[in-house]
Design a binder for this molecule. Structure first.
Ligand code: 2P0
Length: 326
């Protein structure tokens, strides 16, 4: 009998960023990183291995993908087949739950959910540490989405040691992330290309490794002590220093657009007015603003006036991977 397994994984936002691989085959990063899993954005993925299939069949948001578009998924399924000693192809159905067509869907939730559903459907029973290592092979940031709350991806030095470790899974700290949709379109430079270019051409890359080590040393005690100021100052500076690696690459590139810069000014203005909040952003222009829940409505209103209420989404700490059936 062919098992059908559905897994749900949430996306995460990095506070100390992953930006560069040491090994592109094993997907080992240059540095460790640390994130917060979010409740609002998640992927549900169902996998069945079926002897009747003559190729993997991948459907995302009700659209059957071409074999070219499904290539990353196919490569990932090959790895699962190899580990599980299976030969049959798989039917994969995936739905991204994002509040609007926001361009906030992420490979993190997609590959974390796929790792869970595919490994179980293939008959493997992996614990969450092993799942994080498997998810890593699909997309680096997916390593962290196996766990909820604050999660560190320890860089490690080989397949076994490069894995996620939860710092605090059940977050009781009343904090929120206000996500701004400033451009819903696909990014022009993929994270994969962008980080590789930074590693090989930015003269600042060696400094980045030290920055990450220092930021992790600062942010982990701040999280444990619920020290919001240290958390915010560290995550904002870390994001800007990551983006300095794009501006200093050859050729230079940037993920900012005009609205990104405008929104950064708004955050500074809010802070000057006594509403403590800090921004971060990834490989796209959409700013994410960290704040304390008591300040959410004031901050949300300010950005809704600026960018429209449909483009402002409030998220909170979210859970790790869940299996929706057996
Ligand atoms: C992060 N990002 O730590 C960083 C910050 C974007 C900026 O991880 O090549 O999709 O699949 O490992 O995980 C996005 O890159 O890249 C990412 P791959 P991924 O969240």
């Amino acid at each position: 009998m062919n098992a059908t397994v559905t897994a749900r994984a949430h996306t995460n936002i990095a506070l100390v960023k992953y930006w560069g691989k040491a090994d592109t085959e094993l997907m080992l990063p240059q540095t460790s990183s640390l994130s917060l899993t979010l409740d609002q954005f998640y992927t549900d993925t169902t996998v069945t291995f079926d002897d009747q299939l003559t190729a993997d069949e991948v459907t995302v948001n009700d659209q059957l993908l071409s074999s070219e578009a499904a290539k990353k998924v196919h490569n990932f399924l090959n790895l699962v087949r190899q580990q599980a000693s299976r030969t049959s192809f798989a039917r994969v159905t995936s739905v991204n739950h994002v509040p609007t067509a926001a361009g906030l869907a992420s490979s993190a939730s997609a590959f974390a959910a796929l790792a869970g559903a595919a490994s179980r459907a293939a008959g493997m029973d992996l614990d969450r540490t092993a799942l994080s290592r498997l998810a890593r092979r699909g997309s680096g940031s997916a390593t962290r989405s196996i766990f909820g709350g604050f999660v560190e991806w320890e860089a490690g030095h080989d397949d076994l040691s490069s894995r996620a470790v939860p710092l605090i899974e059940d977050v009781t700290w009343p904090i929120a992330v206000v996500a701004l949709v400033l451009d819903p379109h696909h990014k022009k430079v993929s994270s994969r290309q962008g980080m590789q270019s930074s590693v090989t051409t930015s003269p600042f890359y060696p400094a980045w490794k030290q920055i990450v080590a220092d930021d992790l040393d600062a942010i982990k005690p701040a999280i444990r002590a619920q020290d919001f100021t240290t958390l915010g100052e560290t995550l904002e500076t870390n994001a800007m220093r990551m983006h300095a690696l794009t501006l200093s690459a050859r050729p230079p590139f940037s993920y900012f657009n005009g609205d990104t810069l405008t929104a950064m000014q708004t955050v500074k203005g809010l802070r000057a007015a006594g509403l403590e909040c800090y921004y971060t952003l990834d490989a796209g222009p959409n700013l994410k603003v960290f704040c304390q829940t008591a300040d959410v409505s004031a901050i949300q209103e300010r950005f809704a006036r600026q960018f429209g209420s449909d483009n402002v989404i409030v998220a909170h700490p979210g859970p790790g991977i869940q299996f929706l059936n057996k």
